[in-house]
Ligand binder design. Sequence first.
Ligand code: ATP
Ligand code: MG
Length: 726
Amino acid sequence: MSDDYLARLNPEQRAAVEAVDGPLLVLAGAGTGKTRVLTTRFAHILKTGRAQPWQVLAVTFTNKAAREMRERVSAIIGAPADGLWLGTFHALCAKMLRRHAEAAGLTSSFTILDTDDQTRLLKQVMEAERIDPKRWPPQAVMGQIQRWKDRGLTPARVPPGDAGDLAGGRALALYQGYQQRLLDINAADFGDLLLHVTELLRARPEILEQYHRQFRYILVDEYQDTNQVQYQWLRLLAQARKNICCVGDDDQSIYSWRGAEVENILRFEADFPGAKIVKLESNYRSTAPILATASHLIAHNEGRLGKTLRTGRNDATGDRVKVFSLWDSVEEARTVGEQIEQAQREGISLNEMAVLVRAGFQTRAFEERLIVLGVPYRVVGGLRFYERAEIRDAMAYLRLVHQPADDLAFERIVNTPRRGIGEGALASMHMAAREQRIPLMAAAMGITPTLKPKPRAALTELFHGYDRWRAMIDTHGHVRTAETVLEECGYIDMLKADKSPEAPGRLDNLKELTRAMGEFESLAGFLDHTALVMENNEEAGAERVSLMTLHGSKGLEFDVVFLPGWEEGVFPNQRSLDETGGKGLEEERRLAYVGITRGRKRVIISHAANRQIYGNWSAAVPSRFLDELPEAHVEREGATRARVTDGPSVFTGYNPLAARRPRVIDAPGWEVATRPAPTSKMSKGQRVFHQKFGYGIITGVDDNRLDIDFEKAGQKRVMDSFVELA
Ligand code: ATP
Ligand code: MG
């Protein structure tokens, strides 16, 4: 048997792999090979015949990480790794729960509900209990239920009075009712997967014993982000053999908002007396400047265990971390695009590059720039901007302003937000439309008088809205109109009432959408643009740049990492500061640490000095984290001056200036600077061809956008990359 795989480890790592029996905690900084230790340990257990593949329980944080670990284990053992118990907490618990569904009051074919279904079900329970959903939004009650589940509390275990006066003091009764309804319909929600299984392991010794016999070894990655119920589940499973190995880094704990408790790391020694603790201090991932920058930044946190981190790479010299101060979001996207192309010319694969953002809405600007450049990209762990549900909904509303005969759009929005339009009403609309050969919206107007009062009133209001909105376009412009549409149709209110963790991100996406519209002259121009963007389907298998959130990037690594949007309010994120204050700030800083330490060779941080909110420019304050980077390892580029705003520089959006006094990098005072020169290679008067609109003459150039008078299609504004000289 070859043990080459052990030769690829340093002595500390090797010790962690070979100390197979008994509890072990590997506590170490980013890129020190924790995941490598875990994977090698898995293979080592199999290679030395200590266990069969199905006798090892391995927990990863994402499904992607599970796939990677499966591949790495098969590579080391030289055979396909089948029948493994390897996956996320949720995936592993779902597998267990299917086996013992009956014991939990379900059958093995139970369904796992998504968030929408969960809320709908809870609403029913609240109605039955006569709880006013206006006073107590179901999402708030659902939030409480989820927190109980994260803590491993079944209704019977909830301490009395735990939810205060939520739902008039009846939150616990609602929890009970909701759990009962789930059983009635043979369903479990996400939180139930862990809750049910943990409860079973507690209540049914014979089931617990069965797993004690099966799982000889337990391996856990990203241990710093386990929440209470996950922790209880692990302890139960590990208590017989105590062969548990957890790896983690307190500096990378970034999920406290989901109930993760970094204290679990600290408790490890107490829970498993005699536990071995291994520290790894050599970082093999990043160049020295990247490592020094990350370490310097995270040293600003007070609540940390503290550890040493030094480079373990031979080629550890390298570029300093770049910090770009840029004019605005357009220039930021352009710079990132240039840097990506530059890295590509140096032979770095697109697969080895990532743009990591704090919030989902931030991907939009980069997606559009990459499309213009023809650089393939993927949005990891989420949808492309224009594919997101709220963006599609909003676009459908706007398409109907422009084009009342857009049946698909009408169908999409007629009952979103809910207007009480049932299947029956929809069917009669379709029938009327077919019979009279008229658009669906016109057919809907026709049948409205026959509807029940509630849908009748709601639809009538919608149609009046459309009359107003269409008239508004000419007087108020398309951006104002779009904002009005989203407000008046009830969509914004629907999201504001939504207390789920995703809702604020959706609202931010809508703000970003109206911001994007401001880059176009007209609604028609914008709609055409998005149609083209959406058409831009990438070929499968091509190399691609990854766009993702910082949260989604944990455990991953790339040669080149971009960290844009380092501005107060965006990053650190204002909501996080507002909700959890100093603790929130430290968690934001850990996110920055996670971001920087994803980079192997090059890390490029940027911020824009001006952001557009609802058509007005405001100065954006550079992130305080930029002040916390070590000068010796950082190279700053671009002296940016803030644009003088027309009115008072107050953000109505996400970026509150109140938090910090605006500070202008390298600028003696507030000055007006001119926009960067246009970059388009095209110029006024040239004749061009556009794939959708045909031939036309350029009448204006604004940056990379062209105003073109098309022979057939009339005046349009398009991206220069979509036209060629005729
Ligand atoms: P994170 O905290 O970000 O999850 P980690 O501690 O899990 O990081 P790994 O992903 O396991 O670190 O390792 C980081 C990189 O260093 C990987 O590319 C890995 O292959 C490499 N590496 C780990 N140990 C060694 C070693 N002894 N020699 C050479 N390369 C190593
Ligand atoms: Mg790792």
